[in-house]
Write a protein that binds this ligand. Structure first.
Ligand SMILES: C[S@@+](CC[C@H](N)C(=O)[O-])C[C@H]1O[C@@H](n2cnc3c(N)ncnc32)[C@H](O)[C@@H]1O
Length: 309
């Protein structure tokens, strides 16, 4: 059920997210975009192609973090703008972009849930050719996705491009771990309805539902903790999204030419990566094809792409 969150819910979530990311400002890009340990940032190339095909000249990155994506797109010669919830991310983004001659006021503090944040450009820029949003949707509460898409639609010009990334809920069917159990029990099986209808089979059904978890590695994946006292990624709200539902939502809000592009493919369920790490990485990268239907299950992320009418 999509219940619109209250402002105090929102403030609580945003404060936890700010805490989580407060220690990542200087480290984030090195760890997630440049490290050999991390999967290569294949999404940057997808965005680059989308921007080039759209002929974009101005770009707003909502939830830009330490300008991780923006710094890698500098060579396109776009007018770049961005905002983020976490002050430490903004400090780092300004520092990095200043090296490329981008004024610090092109990057500001704000929330994707606040329309005024999308209007924060110092020069009053508000008819962007393109708006992107990566790594942010997991951190907004259920019921707020439409607000984020709607906010983009007020600042991206008619015909302009919107590209919003989300974690793929359906990937949980492939992981065979705790996430799979969650998908089965919370999204696929109507546990309450079945229990109510079970009659004298209720005890047997309860045992069957317990038994289901034995099919999955419930100890995986490990919970990601913070570096110090702050909460880690899995300790703050970090939702996954359903690509079918997101596509329908975008269309219902009036975006056109809506597509779902998948990335970060997994050639095997991730629990097997440690057995064949080099092959796993090589084969997964080779599978990257944003339009491959297998992405619905093998890719851990997707980009919801559409145009404003
Ligand atoms: C996983 S990082 C991604 C950063 C960058 N977009 C990238 O792709 O590398 C998530 C970022 O979203 C920001 N964020 C989370 N909730 C937000 C919100 N409601 N409004 C704006 N930014 C938000 C965090 O501060 C953090 O910098």
């Amino acid at each position: 059920m999509n219940v619109k969150p209250t402002s105090s819910d929102r403030e609580r979530v945003e404060q936890a997210v700010r805490n989580c990311y407060s220690t990542w400002g200087e480290r984030y890009y090195d760890e997630y975009y440049k490290s050999d340990a991390a999967y290569p940032p294949v999404h940057t190339d997808i965005v680059r192609t989308l921007l080039q095909n759209a002929g974009a000249r101005t770009l707003l990155d909502a939830g830009c973090g330490p300008a991780s994506m923006l710094r890698d797109l500098v060579d396109l010669g776009l007018n770049l703008y961005g905002f983020d919830l976490t002050p430490e991310m903004i400090t780092e983004a300004r520092r990095v972009l200043s090296v490329h001659g981008i004024a610090s006021d092109r990057i500001w503090t704000g929330s994707v849930l606040e329309r005024s944040s999308f209007l924060g450009a110092p020069d009053g820029q508000k008819d962007y050719d393109a708006g992107i949003c990566f790594g942010v949707l997991p951190h907004v509460r259920d019921g707020s996705d439409a607000t984020v898409i709607g906010n983009f639609m007020t600042v991206v010009r008619p015909g302009g491009l919107v590209a919003i990334e989300a974690r793929n809920e359906l990937f949980s069917l492939f992981t065979l771990n705790r996430y799979s159990s969650g998908l089965f029990k919370n999204r696929l099986i109507d546990s309450d309805g079945l229990l109510a209808a079970a009659g004298d089979e209720r005890d047997a059904l309860e045992r069957a539902l317990d038994d289901l978890d034995k099919r999955f590695r419930m100890d995986l994946p490990p919970v990601r903790k913070g570096y110090a006292e702050e909460p880690g990624y899995d300790e703050v709200l970090s939702r996954t999204h359903n690509p079918f539902e997101m596509r329908a939502l975008a269309e219902s809000l009036g975006l056109v030419d809506v597509r779902v592009l998948f990335y970060h493919f997994h050639a095997l369920p991730p629990m097997f990566e440690s057995a064949v790490p080099k092959l796993f990485r090589r084969a997964s990268i080779a599978m990257e094809d944003p339009e491959d239907w297998r992405g619905h299950f093998l890719a851990s992320a997707f980009i919801l792409v559409g145009r404003v009418q």
